[in-house]
Structure formats: structure tokens, C-alpha cells
Design a protein around this ligand. Structure first.
Ligand code: FAD
Length: 345
């Protein structure tokens, strides 16, 4: 992590408890609309620390696309038939079979159904009442840069963006932002962090772009719950973008906008995604990146579940983030759903 030193402050003044606590707190908040003092933040923090037993995070070289390509090849070798752009309209689970109807009216039947759509989505498709959950609360700004910007402090952008760059994320800024968002307004000092994936792994870009100094830059803003975007989502997205770019530009010699690449229509390569966009595009309920409230990653003592993937219907299983020890890219729910099924057959 790099911490920029604003002009006029000494490092002693800057490295305060507030700052260190804030950096730790961000791991408890990513995608979670919660105060530092609430249980959801604690659970989210736990999830950030249990990966691979030590909290170590791993990213696939070449990006998620490479991982998906490999899974795709493996599935084809195993005889799996894959359909894309096949939106499910309804699911009817009977005593012996499960039937699904696609939006194009096509019907498919099988002995079991494993669903990685969110539990709320699954419930609606089955005609049931969706379980309640907190809404998503992140704003995502994705950029393609034609060149990396220069920092006022003289630090090399390659160092600044090598890890996670935190902006407006001291403990007090985060709590203030939470309280402002809770009262229905976009945080004035929008807290966010930035990652430049192409620096750690140039293969996420084509060789042509990579060799010519292009970089991906992504910004994850927090404490922006879905309800802020209900009334005039586009206006709030624009405001969030302005606040985020203004905040990063404070540290740069040239505005980040000047470093953005342009697409074939001459438009700046920058996009903003609110929680509502994520609901519309990939069916995340109210933009909740974890599908539903994170629960502790173990079964409660009174739970009748065995694998944490069971639903009210014995032929329907969750295999995604909504299962117990779901939330995030772990693959555990998929494994557990497969185990539940193997035991049955
Ligand atoms: C911006 C962002 C950043 C994130 N960062 C991280 C991170 O750094 N680390 C991490 O671990 N996790 C992160 N997550 C969370 C992680 O992406 C999710 O937890 C993970 O993708 C869940 O996988 P899944 O397979 O359970 O569900 P999903 O990836 O949500 O897949 C569900 C699929 O079901 C499809 N679907 C829904 N309804 C229907 C229907 N009616 N018919 C057909 N298909 C349907 C959807 O289109 C979707 O493809 C992030 C999420 C977001 C949005």
C-alpha cells in the first residue's frame, strides 16, 4: 500500500491511528453497507482474512477470463453442454424432476438443479417469497489509461498503483461517509480504493495495448447503497464520478482524465457502474456483490443442512455465493453442491 503525503503535513502527523484503522476497516466494508461497529463489518473482515488459511489472496494470471477458458475446456471434455444467453423464466421442482422454462419458452428438465443465481433470484423463479438482505453499496469506475499519470509527490505511478491505493479511507472518513449515506446522501468525501491490474499482470491487456503503455485502472467506491440511485441514478453516478476523480486528481500533476484512452468513437474509456446497474446486468439483488448478507462461514448448531447448499426443495441446491460459506470467489459452494449431489446419487 502507498500512502500519499499531502503537502504541508509531516509523516508523523499523517500516520495516525485514524489512518491505519481506516485501512484495516476497508477490508471489513468492501461491498458491505455497515458501520465499523456492526456485525456485518466483522463478518466481512473475517472473510477477507480466511482465504487459504492465512488471508492470502490469489488472482489468476491472465485474469478471470483465462480461468473461465480453462474451466470451459474442461467442462467440454467432460461432455457438459453449455448454453449462454439463456435466461431462466421459471423453475418448477417436482417430486422426481425439476423443470425450467427459458425466456424463449424452451423447457428443460433434469433430476436436480444447482443454481448459482442469488437465493433471492432463485426464490422468485420458483414463485416463492425472496429472503430479505442488505442492499449492495459499491460504485465501480473502470478506466483504460493510454498512460499512467504522474504524482505530485514524485512517487512513480508504478509504485503508487502496484497494490491498493486508498483515498478518503481513514476510520473517521469511513464512519462519516457511512452516516451520510445512511441519511440518504452521497458521501461528500467518497471513500474508494484503486487497483491497476495490468501492472501486476500485463497479460490482462492485449500485447499491442500493453506494449504501448496502456493500463487498466479500476476504482471501487464504498458506502454508496443502492437506494441512493433509485430516484435519479444517472445523476448520482455522475456526481460520484466527479467526486472520485476530483479526489484522485488532488494527488496528480495532471488530471487523470488526460491520461484516459479513447474508444473508436472518440469517447473517453471510462464507465461507472452503480449497484442498480449490477442488478440489471448480472442479477445481483440490489447490487449486493455477495448476493445476500454474509453469514459466519459455518453452519449454526441448530441447522439441518449438511453441506450448506440445501434449499427448501430436496432437488434444488445452491452452488454460488448464497450458500453457507458462499460470498466471494472461493469455489467452496460449488464443491459443496457437487458433494451433496454425489451423496444422493
Ligand atoms: C465489482 C465487484 C468486485 C468484486 N470483487 C471481489 C473480490 O475482489 N474478491 C472476491 O472474492 N469477490 C469479489 N466479488 C464478489 C464475487 O464476484 C461474487 O461473490 C462471485 O462472482 C459469486 O459467484 P457466483 O457464481 O455465486 O454468482 P455470480 O457470479 O453472481 O453468477 C450468477 C450467475 O447467474 C446468472 N443468472 C441470474 N439470474 C439468472 C436467470 N434468471 N437465468 C439465467 N442466469 C441467471 C447471472 O447472470 C450470473 O452469471 C466482487 C463482485 C463485484 C460485482
Amino acid at each position: 500500500m502507498l500512502i500519499e503525503q499531502p503537502f504541508g503535513e509531516t509523516l508523523d502527523q499523517y500516520f495516525t491511528d485514524d489512518l491505519v484503522k481506516g485501512v484495516v476497516l476497508t477490508d471489513a466494508l468492501i461491498g458491505t453497507f455497515s458501520s465499523a461497529y456492526e456485525i456485518q463489518a466483522n463478518i466481512c473482515f473475517l472473510y477477507h482474512l480466511i482465504g487459504n488459511g492465512s488471508g492470502e489472496w490469489k488472482v489468476p494470471k491472465g485474469g478471470m477470463g483465462v480461468l473461465v477458458d480453462e474451466l470451459y475446456k474442461l467442462a467440454l471434455d467432460l461432455g457438459v453442454e453449455i448454453r449462454v444467453n439463456s435466461k431462466v423464466k421459471s423453475i418448477k421442482a417436482g417430486q422426481h424432476l425439476v423443470e425450467i422454462v427459458l425466456e424463449n419458452q424452451e423447457k428443460l428438465t433434469g433430476n436436480f438443479l444447482l443454481s448459482n443465481a442469488a437465493p433471492q433470484v432463485l426464490a422468485k423463479l420458483q414463485g416463492d417469497t425472496p429472503p430479505k438482505s442488505l442492499e449492495g453499496s459499491q460504485i465501480k469506475i473502470n478506466m483504460l489509461l493510454a498512460r499512467l499519470p504522474k504524482f505530485k509527490s514524485g512517487v512513480d505511478a508504478k509504485d503508487a498503483f502496484a497494490g491498493t491505493l486508498h483515498i478518503n479511507e481513514t476510520f473517521s472518513q469511513l464512519e462519516k461517509a457511512y452516516n451520510q449515506a445512511k441519511s440518504g446522501v452521497l458521501p461528500e468525501e467518497l471513500p474508494f480504493e484503486m487497483y491497476c491490474h495490468s501492472l501486476s499482470d500485463p497479460s490482462v491487456l492485449s500485447p499491442e495495448l500493453s506494449q504501448n503503455g496502456y493500463h487498466t485502472l479500476t476504482l471501487f467506491g464504498i458506502h454508496t447503497p443502492a437506494n441512493l440511485f433509485d430516484e435519479d441514478g444517472e445523476k448520482i453516478k455522475q456526481l460520484a464520478k466527479e467526486r472520485a476523480l476530483l479526489a484522485i486528481n488532488k494527488y496528480l500533476l495532471e488530471p487523470i482524465e488526460d491520461c484516459l484512452a479513447r474508444d473508436s468513437d472518440g469517447q473517453l474509456c471510462i464507465e461507472v457502474k452503480s449497484p442498480l446497474d449490477l442488478e440489471k446486468e448480472i442479477a445481483l439483488p440490489r447490487g449486493n456483490i455477495f448476493h445476500k448478507d454474509l453469514s459466519f462461514p459455518f453452519k449454526e448448531d441448530d441447522s439441518t443442512m449438511k453441506w450448506g447448499v440445501e434449499t427448501a426443495h430436496p432437488r434444488v441446491f445452491l452452488c454460488g455465493a448464497g450458500a453457507v460459506r458462499g460470498g466471494g470467489v472461493s469455489g467452496i459452494a460449488g464443491h459443496n453442491a457437487a458433494m451433496a449431489l454425489l451423496e444422493l446419487s
